[in-house]
Design a protein around this ligand. Structure first.
Ligand SMILES: *Cc1c(COP(=O)(O)O)cnc(C)c1O
Length: 842
């Protein structure tokens, strides 16, 4: 026919279910399976096809289905129930924040990636899930909170395996009209646009608004007609390009993000940088402050005083750094905008690195973020320690333990990853408001009342769902790759609901050692093929498109999964995403993780499995080093690192097999052996897993830790420093400049009256002579430092006049003490002793 025009007829929601549309635009549904079910029922096959996206579903659902649902009393009942819960959630006044931290200032949270749901693929892995979960719990707890990120219109990538098991990447252009986002509107009601200068061009950004419960996420999008074709691609792909693309994306996120907040008049006083990607937000905030008349240093002082930086990367090379030349190209105008010299600005972020055999100064995003914040943290206890050690070179003269980087151990958003069946079961033994008190460890003791049979029943159902999901996914993959009818028929034999099932899924970064399990294949085969006590494995994960070693790991697993002795017992699924993650963490019996210590900064997938009663079996790295208590899962290897990686891998693989053979498999297959209270055996491990991990590694606990440990202190500090036209910022900045100038002229000599041996409790005299070069005595701390093993004690020396200092220093314990004397300039109001960056040792 000759087409003379086209028109789309949109389905109309009947009045009785009109609010399905409103709900579709609030990601509340993403952690509410009952809400999802309302959409799924309308059109189950499209629900799958559209990645469980309710907005898209409502755009294409047949009108008759809507009419039928609106006339179905049972459907209406459930609809009203979900809406009532939703309204109660949204309208709640007595939130955790209102009761515990009402003085908290509004927080702006910046992250390069967010994982909220599979239908919005703007994430690559754990970092994104963490950010998405953080937003969800910020909403649950009632924080004044706005998140800022990027709308990647081609997402990360969709992963496909070819016939050889090699990863291929597909990029789908997202249709923004079908996503649960809306253009963000300015107070005047106009669609927000912001402009960011990059090099010689102005790049325009559209701002989208995504609603997550009670909070908002602003997503920046350069794919607008005002931009050149090249600039429109700046926000096409997450982690897609080279350094040139990255630096520009970081400018858009940091600078564009702050401008978006301003354009929308969003209140923000505390700024949280989730990883160094966001560090350029500091540039824009300093520029704003300079524009109000502050000098560069005062402005930096004020900005840093209300900023928190969370680092995630425990290897130096993983931290983004740019050459000065690249900085000049894209950010060359910034020193001028900030009234700073190039040296002064770049110097703040300077990290000298060995590149191609030469030491070159680089602009490190992490260093910049550390300098542009007054609080910083790693994401587990061990990672905090590793980070302090890694960045201690920035604090010359300091001990690693003094480096001002703390830690908040990550958590996961319980409701996003816990199956509805498990939630229903938990509701039978936990208080009615349990979903609002997830961090309450006492409350979770109620789990002990669940019987073996109740758990077994729910877990078997979750496992069946997972197996059916796995078979469906393999069917798609095989069909696409031209499988024979016999191969497709064999899918019915893939995975058994009676076998102990172990899951392993995450990004295929090589340090995660996805193939460690195959170090001794003969032994593995005996474990897998034990006729009485079979074990099976499900793998999934994406390798970064440029990571060929990671892709080889995938291929190796794929090949093993094709070998006759492992066929149907070891499988690897394509396209790991939040949907696959939910199925696996809910359906497997055990969750496996074997990273190379200490490179797993935290890890979170094992927490999600534990919420569903699947114990974690992992190297004692990241969160598991804190979470494992001897009853709630199993460790792999020891708390140590070998210098030789090969030896390390052997030792860890050996430990893995050994624990599996001698502990896990026997426990899993043992007939129920109740102890005196009737609570022994496998299901007791399951109960303890749920009971101990759910509260401590809830995202709710994590966000509360951030509020108490960082957001509230920064609320106070930010206000104090900025009061009266930033008077305190000016004083501190002036003082720092002055002491830095005087410091080279100071001198310190010291002596200690040490016997060759001493008794515990004995005191020794330590003396020092100081030339303070004009620095006031009350602004100089002179102290003895005693080191014994890992213990450090600091004892202040008292001024005796004329630059003389002394103290009687007690030697409290026994052992070898090393004694030193040092001085540092301090004034009241610093965030920590190392802030001035000056330490002089005698
Ligand atoms: C939880 C999660 C991760 C993180 O897994 P780790 O094992 O902590 O690395 C990555 N990707 C997805 C989709 C997840 O849900």
């Amino acid at each position: 026919m000759n087409i003379i025009g086209q028109v789309t007829v949109l389905p109309q929601l009947p009045d009785a279910i009109a609010r399905l549309s409103e709900l579709a635009y609030n990601l509340y549904w993403s952690w509410t399976p009952r809400a999802q079910a309302l959409y799924q029922e309308l059109d189950p096959s499209n629900w799958e096809r559209f990645q469980h996206n309710p907005v898209r579903l409502l755009l294409e659902v047949p009108q008759q289905r809507l009419e039928a649902a609106a006339a179905d009393a049972d459907y209406l009942d459930r609809y009203r129930g979900v809406m009532a819960d939703f309204d109660a959630y949204m309208g709640k006044k007595d939130t955790w924040i209102s009761k515990n931290a009402a003085e908290l200032a509004p927080v702006a949270y910046f992250s390069m990636e967010y994982a909220f749901h599979e239908s919005l693929p703007i994430y690559s892995g754990g970092l994104g899930v963490l950010a998405g979960d953080h937003c969800k719990s910020a909403s649950d707890l009632g924080l004044p909170f706005t998140a800022v990120g990027m709308l990647f219109h081609q997402g990360y990538f969709r992963q496909l395996f070819n016939k050889e098991g090699w990863q291929e990447e597909a990029y789908d252009e997202l249709d923004l009209t079908t996503l649960p986002i809306k253009p963000a509107l300015t107070p005047a009601g106009e669609e927000a646009r912001v402009k960011v200068r990059i090099g010689e061009r102005d790049v325009h950004l559209r701002v989208w608004s995504l609603t997550v419960g009670r909070i908002r996420v602003l997503l920046l999008d350069a794919n607008v007609p005002e931009n050149s074709e090249e600039d429109r691609r700046l926000t096409a792909r997450l982690y897609g390009g080279n350094q040139e693309l990255r630096i520009q994306q970081y400018v858009l996120l940091g600078v564009g993000g702050v401008r978006a907040l301003r354009a929308l008049d969003v209140p923000a006083q505390v700024y949280h940088m989730n990883e160094g990607h966001a560090a350029f937000l500091g540039l824009e905030r300093v520029r704003e402050a300079v524009e109000t008349g502050l000098d560069f240093r005062t402005a930096s002082e004020a900005v840093a005083s209300s900023s928190l930086f969370t680092t995630h990367t425990p290897v130096p090379a993983g931290n983004d750094a740019f050459s000065y030349e690249l900085m000049d190209r894209y950010l060359g105008k910034w020193p001028g905008l900030l009234n700073a010299s190039r040296e002064e600005l770049y110097g703040l972020a300077r990290h000298d690195q060995l590149w191609d055999g030469h030491w070159v100064p680089t602009f490190s995003m992490t260093v910049f973020a550390l300098r542009m914040s007054r609080m910083a943290n790693g994401v587990s206890e061990l990672h905090g320690e590793v980070s302090r050690d890694m960045w201690k070179f920035l604090y010359e003269g300091a001990e690693a333990r003094e480096v001002p980087i703390g830690h908040v151990t990550n958590g996961a958003h319980n409701l996003t990853f816990t199956s509805q069946a498990m939630r229903d079961l938990l509701s039978t033994v936990l208080p009615t408001d349990w979903t609002e008190r997830l961090e309450d460890g006492e409350m979770w003791k109620g789990v002990e009342e669940l019987s073996d049979a109740q758990l077994a029943d729910v877990q078997l159902n979750m496992k069946r769902e997972m197996i059916s999901f796995v078979r469906g996914r393999l069917r798609e993959q095989l069909t696409r790759n031209g499988a024979t009818a016999a191969e497709l028929a064999a899918l019915g034999e893939v995975l058994s609901e009676n076998a102990l099932t172990i899951g392993f899924a995450r990004r295929f970064a090589t340090y995660k050692r996805a193939t460690l399990l195959f170090r001794d294949k003969a032994r593995l085969s005996r474990i897998v093929n034990d006729p009485q006590r079979p074990v099976q494995f499900v793998f999934a994960g994406k390798a970064h498109p440029a990571d060929n070693p990671g892709k080889s790991f995938i291929q190796e697993i794929y090949r093993v999964s094709q070998e006759p002795e492992f066929r149907g017992k070891i499988v690897i699924l394509e396209n790991y995403d939040m949907n696959v993650a939910r199925h696996l963490v809910q359906g497997v019996d055990i969750w496996l993780n074997n990273p190379r210590r200490p490179l797993e900064a935290s890890g979170t997938s094992g927490m999600k499995a534990s919420f569903n009663g699947s114990p974690n079996f992992s190297v004692l790295d990241g969160w598991w080093r804190e979470g494992y208590d001897g009853t709630n899962g199993w460790p792999i290897g020891e708390e140590r690192e070998y210098a030789d990686l090969n030896v390390q891998d052997d030792a860890d693989a050996y430990s893995l097999y050994q624990t599996l053979e001698t502990q896990i498999v026997p426990l899993y297959y043992a007939p129920p052996q109740p102890d005196a209270e009737g609570r022994g055996g496998w299901r007791q491990t399951v109960r303890l897993t749920i009971e101990t991990v759910s509260p401590r590694f809830s995202m709710q606990r994590q966000v509360i830790d951030y509020v108490r440990g960082y957001y509230l202190p920064l609320t106070r500090r930010g206000a104090a420093i900025s009061a009266n036209g930033a008077q305190r910022a000016r004083e501190i900045a002036g003082w720092k400049s002055w002491v830095r100038q005087q410091w080279p002229h100071t001198t310190l000599t010291a002596s200690a009256n040490l016997p060759s041996t001493a008794r515990p409790g004995q005191k020794v005299e330590v003396r020092a002579t100081v030339n303070p070069a004009g620095i006031k005595p009350e602004e100089l701390r002179v102290e003895a430092v005693l080191k014994r093993g890992d213990d450090i004690t600091r004892v202040p020396l008292t001024a005796q006049g004329e630059g003389q200092y002394s103290a009687q220093v007690p030697l409290d314990g026994s052992g070898l003490y090393s004694v030193g004397v040092r001085m540092l300039p301090v004034i009241e109001g610093l965030s920590n002793d190392l802030e001035a960056g000056l330490i002089r040792w005698a």
